[in-house]
Design a protein around this ligand. Structure first.
Ligand code: CAA
Length: 382
């Protein structure tokens, strides 16, 4: 059930203050250290941020999608590394359990995820299965009342902190493509799981991605999410939702960058005037504001549609495509408006420029979103 307006506004204000007072001042240190401090993570737990999307019956805040994106607009106003700490518990790591878990699975896992006691991670991507998600080769072969898992997952966000994985693996090797895939909850302490070293990345330092290697890891059939062979649909529905969450973060980052640009344009003087007086700078500000506003409207509309229970596969793809490309344009203009200052580290603009690049790639590249949009259009009944 939706929060009443006062409670909703209070939550948004609390997150806004947390971001501005606690996260923004340490953004560059988090990037340099490649680490979000434990004290910030503890505060995120206290604020309930790990459980934004988890139903209240299991200890979460149980936000609607509309409420969640409003919170993400605020969380996006700082380095995306902070959002990444809670991102997998709120989104792709937990939602398979929320949407497809049995009562016993929900009761066991969701309270721990909601409180932040453990971190969830989503293990779909493999060295040979990125955009072509249906080609996963990690095998989960039945052995009595267990499955034996072997294979390697790649670029798995928060794997090094994970207490559980939502794993997608091929339970029927005789079936190629989506049909042979099942989804599982896999406790991270299961014998036979090794976590690789965090990758060195272009941006979002402080957020970590690692390989996860499964060698004869035994997973109880009680931990399968949904029916055998239905795992691909679990993954796709989790991603439909995740794409809205990421889009809202893109809007938040864009709004932060626009604020920085406006402040700079008011202060910086060239040719005897503030650069904000020049129409070519004004045009860039106007383009960025228009872009961000359009994305905000799309995110809100798609989130409200999802809250009605309707499928938002196409809307989520449109929104992720537009919002992730939009924040790339806004970050590029921000570097341009800041000029040389935008290119050096001190101002933090170049850091955002690098940070936002991944939004066009993870949770489905822009090209995959285009494909999803076009397929849905062509399939639709008149
Ligand atoms: N909801 C429900 N069911 C869906 C669905 C959806 N959104 N999308 C597809 N399906 C179903 C289809 O209806 C079909 O079912 P039937 O066989 O019963 O008809 C089945 O799933 C297979 O669908 P497709 O034929 O469309 O599958 P495909 O192989 O052609 O590929 C794709 C579809 C859209 C390209 C998909 O592979 C995809 O989204 N790829 C991108 C993967 C992705 O986003 N990866 C990100 C990983 S997570 C991450 O990045 C975060 C991190 O931690 C770094």
């Amino acid at each position: 059930m939706a929060l009443d307006l006062d409670t909703r506004n209070a939550l948004i204000e609390t997150v806004r203050r947390f971001v501005r007072e606690k996260c923004v001042p340490i953004e560059s240190k988090v990037s340099e250290d490649d680490r979000v401090p434990d004290s910030i993570i503890a505060e995120m737990r206290e604020l309930g941020l790990f459980g934004l999307s988890i139903p209240q019956d299991y200890g979460g805040l149980g936000l609607t999608m509309e409420e969640e994106v409003l919170v993400c607009f605020e969380l996006g106003q700082t380095s995306p590394a902070f959002r990444s700490v809670i991102g997998t518990n709120v989104g792709i790591g937990s939602q398979g359990v929320v949407m497809f878990g049995t009562e016993a699975q929900k009761a066991e896992w969701l309270p721990k995820l909601a409180s932040g006691e453990i971190v969830a991670s989503f293990a779909l991507t493999e060295p040979g299965a990125g955009s072509d998600a249906a080609s996963v080769r990690t095998a989960a072969i039945r052995d009595g009342d267990h499955y034996v898992v072997n294979g390697t997952k790649r670029f798995i966000t928060n794997a090094n902190r994970a207490g559980m994985f939502t794993l997608l693996a091929r339970s029927d090797p005789s079936r190629k493509g989506a049909g042979g895939i099942s989804a599982f909850i896999v406790p991270a302490k299961t014998p036979g799981i090794t976590i690789g070293k965090p990758e060195k990345k272009m941006g979002q330092q402080g957020a970590h991605i690692c390989d996860v290697i499964f060698e004869n890891a035994r997973v109880s059939e009680n931990l399968r999410l949904g029916a055998e062979g239905e795992g691909f649909k679990v993954a796709m529905q989790v991603l439909d939702r995740g794409r809205l969450h990421i889009s809202a973060v893109c809007v938040g980052v864009a709004e932060r960058l626009i604020r920085e640009c406006v402040t700079y344009a008011r202060e910086r003087e060239q040719f005897g005037s503030r650069i904000g007086d020049f129409q070519l700078i004004q045009a860039m500000l106007a383009d960025s504001k228009t872009d961000a506003y359009a994305a905000r409207c799309m995110v809100m509309d798609a989130a409200k549609t999802r809250d009605t229970g309707a499928s938002v596969t196409m809307e989520a793809a449109c929104t992720k495509y537009f919002a992730s490309e939009m924040v790339g344009r806004v970050a590029d203009r921000a570097v341009q408006i800041f000029g040389g200052a935008g290119y050096v580290a001190d101002y933090g603009i170049e850091r955002f420029y690098r940070d936002v690049r991944i939004f066009r790639i993870y949770e489905g590249t822009s090209q995959i979103q285009q494909l999803v949009i076009a397929r849905n259009l062509l399939r639709a009944e008149d």
